[in-house]
Every structure is written in C-alpha cells, then in structure tokens.
Design a protein around this ligand. Structure first.
Ligand code: G6P
Ligand code: MN
Length: 447
C-alpha cells in the first residue's frame, strides 16, 4: 500500500507517520512518498521520521521526490497537505486584512479568500495529474481552505477526492467528554461547511443528550467551545458551533484581539518553527524531540486570541495531544482499503444530503465510508440562520472558484465584497489590490 504525501516537508507529516507506525492492521501502508517543492524542509522531516521508525522493523519505507508525476505514479492514496506561498504567504493573508480593519485568518474571511485564490489553481493542476497518472488513487485533501479546495478538485476527480478536517472530531470528542458519554457509541449530528458547522444533537441509544449539556453551565465551562461561546449563546442557537464560528459570532472581538496581538498566527507559527526547519544532520540533539517541543508550542497557542477575547483560559491538556487530523486520515484510508465500514465527518459533494445546497456543493457532514468511498448521510435541515450563513459562504467559495478557474478579477472582487466579514466594497477593492501586489501567483486575474 503506497501513500503519497503532497507537502511532504510539512510540519504535521510526523503525526501521520506516527499513526501509520501504530497501525498493526493487515494491508497497512508500506511505502510513503514525500513530495515537496522544498527538499531542505523534506530532509528535516525525514530526520524526524527516521527517529520515529527506530525499533519498528516493519516501519513504512520513506522516499522523497520533487517530481509530481513520479510521486503520484503507483499511489493508492494521495494526501494533499500543501501550503501555497508557505507560512510567509499565510502571514501576509492575515496581516493585509487586519491592516484594513477586517479579520485576518488562515481560512476565514479575506485571508481565506486570498489563500483560496492562490491555492485553487495549484490544486486543480494536481487533480489533473492524479486523473492522468493515478486515476484509481483516492485523494484525501487537507489543503486549506479545505472546503473550497475539495470542491475544486471534485470537478476533476468526482467522488475520489475527500476533504478532511480535525475540528468536527475534536468538537465531538470534547462534547462527549463533557457529557460523560463514549464518543465511539454516540451519533454526532454535525452539519455545515468546513470550519462552518454546528453540532445539533448527540444521540446515545436513540436519545439526544445535547439539551442536557446546553442547560448545564458548569459542564459547558469544562470544554473549549463551551467557554468560547458561553451558555447563553449556545442555548439561543440550540447547538454547539465549530470553534471557527467564533470569528463570525464574535467578529468585532476577534478582530480587535488579533489587531492587538504583536504577531499574526502565521507569523507566530513561522517563528516557532524556524529553528526546527534550520536543522541539519549535524545539529545537536534529536530531531524528533525538537519537533515535539515545537509542536507543543504551536498547540498551546492555538486560537489564543479568541480564547483571550472570550476570557476562555488555557487549552485543556487533552486537546494538546492532537489525534484528530492524522487519525481521521488513517480511519478513512483503512475504511476504503479494507472495506471496513465506518462513519466519519468528511467534506464531500452533498448530493442533497444537506437541504438547501445543490448536489455538487461540497459540505461537511457525517458520511458512511467503505471500499466504495464516502457517501454523505441525509441530514436534518439547518436552522434558517445557519443555512443563511452556509449559503452565503458557499456563494463566496463559488466566486473564488470562478475567479481561480476563469481568471475573472470581478469574481475575485465579488468573493471579497460579499463575504459577511468584509463590510465595504471599498475595503474589498483595496484588499484585492494589496493581495495582487503582494502575490505574483495572483497575476492570472484579469478584468
Ligand atoms: C485546525 C484546522 C486546520 C488548520 C489548523 C491551523 O487544525 O482544522 O484546518 O489549518 O487548525 O492550526 P495552526 O496551528 O496552523 O494555526
Ligand atoms: Mn480544518
């Protein structure tokens, strides 16, 4: 079984490799191919993987290449986790928006739109190469903005591309712990778009136990989303939102907190990782330990400004251990490769599963997964205010896709100006000019 990781020099690759090492099942991944444009970053990651593999005689073999077709040829699964423009690009996405007084964030608002405009053309090229040289491969997309990018790739790969995110599973795990129920035997009624969904019910033996949690302020104070949103608001909407909805529901507070911060998240993460990626084979000490220290610093500071704005305190130690992203990926691969049917919250074309969206719209909903891929489960309709937000953001995503696939600059302006977190066409116009000036990748946009 061969797994190709696009973005093979990425910081989270050792999480994936750790999950592969722990997988003792038959038919596990035996070969990992790391594809990355930057061989220096891949070399540092390979040092970490080599240390992880020590003592595992059956550890997956690791190779690396900078040639996309070579990386894809023979792949059974392709993980796409690339970052077009790197963390410098992310930092600019965030900073230019904050300088205009609007949210600057990796995937939400202006930052997410700029990131999407840069990434979609690259993702489409990858999808075309997969279709040409590895048509039977399954593509698991982590590349952000994951909903938009998955939808772009689905136009070339159909249902063979599946988008994943760790936030719904993290939310489910935290809510289950707050309720004292076993996450494995509960049904999580979660629906929306990537980074824009709500947990509307938690069914245990046929009974929805979420209302009890929403009524219990002490239990709500025991987990991240409960503290971020507060009991009063959660009861007003009767659901627990994905943590990314903090940027919408508390937009003014989130922008104020981000503008006060010395560094944007992208700059902070880049600075945290600088020493790690500067390592050479002669660097003293263990690459794995250096990676783990850096990872903990990153996790500890995750969404720090939102937590500060909400007076939500520190992250729980159990939330620092990851276990989201790589486990979703592994569970998905195993279900497909071994026809072991399971349910996962994934990003796929909805095909009517979420009322109010068209068939081709990629949505984030529970899916049944087996050797035939991921099939969305029909969902209860969203409440009116949720559907309004979802269709608004889907329209923004579609404008990004239009701009990225046809080169239409007006579509790019429309994406920015119709986003609910960008409150003026004047600001949208200025943002587009500033992003174009900063990113040569956007020179494809034409009047
Ligand atoms: C979560 C989201 C990812 C996102 C990441 C950002 O894991 O699901 O989509 O990329 O957070 O974390 P970072 O540490 O880079 O700010
Ligand atoms: Mn995500």
């Amino acid at each position: 079984m061969r797994l190709t990781i696009l973005g093979g020099g990425g910081f989270r690759v050792p999480l994936v490799y750790r999950a592969l090492l722990a997988d003792r099942g038959k038919g596990r991944v035996t070969d990992v191919v790391l594809y990355d444009l930057d061989p220096a970053r891949t070399a540092v990651i390979r040092q970490v993987l080599a240390e992880q593999a020590a003592g595992h005689p059956d550890a997956p073999a690791v190779t690396a290449t900078t040639d996309l077709d070579e990386a894809l040829t023979g792949a059974n699964f392709v993980f796409s986790a690339i970052r077009v423009g790197g963390l410098d690009g992310r930092a600019a996405d965030e900073r230019l928006a904050l300088d205009e007084g609007v949210l600057g964030q990796e995937t939400v608002g202006a930052g997410g739109i700029a990131y999407g405009l840069r990434t979609v053309p690259v993702a489409v090229d990858i999808a075309r190469r997969v279709a040409a040289v590895a048509p039977d491969a399954w593509v698991i997309n982590f590349t952000n903005p994951a909903g938009t990018v998955t939808e772009a790739m689905s136009r070339h790969l159909g249902d063979r591309v599946i988008g994943i995110c760790d936030s719904p599973v993290g939310l489910g795990r935290r809510v289950a712990a707050a309720l004292g129920v076993d996450a494995g035997s509960a049904w999580f009624d979660y629906a929306g778009l990537n980074h824009l969904g709500w947990l509307r019910a938690v069914r245990v033996e046929g009974r929805d136990v979420l209302p009890g949690l929403l009524a219990d302020d002490a239990a709500l104070a025991s987990f991240e989303e409960g503290r971020l949103f507060g009991g009063e608001w959660l009861r007003a909407i009767g659901a627990v939102p994905n943590e990314y909805l903090h940027y919408y529901y508390f937009a003014r507070d989130a922008v104020a907190a981000a503008r006060t911060a010395e560094r944007t998240r992208g700059t902070l993460v880049r600075d945290q990782q600088r020493d790690f990626y500067a390592r050479t084979p002669d660097s003293p000490g263990s690459a794995l330990e250096a990676w783990e220290t850096t990872r903990m610093a990153r996790e500890t500071t995750y969404m720090a400004e939102n937590r500060e704005a909400a007076d939500a305190g520190e992250r729980e130690s159990c939330d620092l251990e990851s276990g989201g992203y790589e486990n979703v990926a592994l569970a998905l691969m195993r279900a497909i490769a071994h026809d072991e049917r399971t349910t996962l919250i994934l990003n796929v074309r909805g095909r009517g599963a979420l009322p109010g969206l068209d068939d081709d719209a990629v949505v984030e909903v529970p899916c049944l997964v087996d050797a035939n891929g991921a099939r969305p489960v029909a969902c209860a309709p969203l409440a009116d205010h949720q559907l309004a937000l979802v269709t608004t953001i889907k329209a923004v995503e579609r404008a990004v896709l239009e701009a990225a696939t046809t080169g239409s600059r007006p579509a790019a302006l429309r994406a920015l100006a119709t986003h609910p977190l960008i409150d003026s066409v004047t600001v949208a116009r200025r943002l587009l000019e500033r992003y174009e000036a900063r990113f040569p990748e956007l020179s494809y946009l034409r009047a």
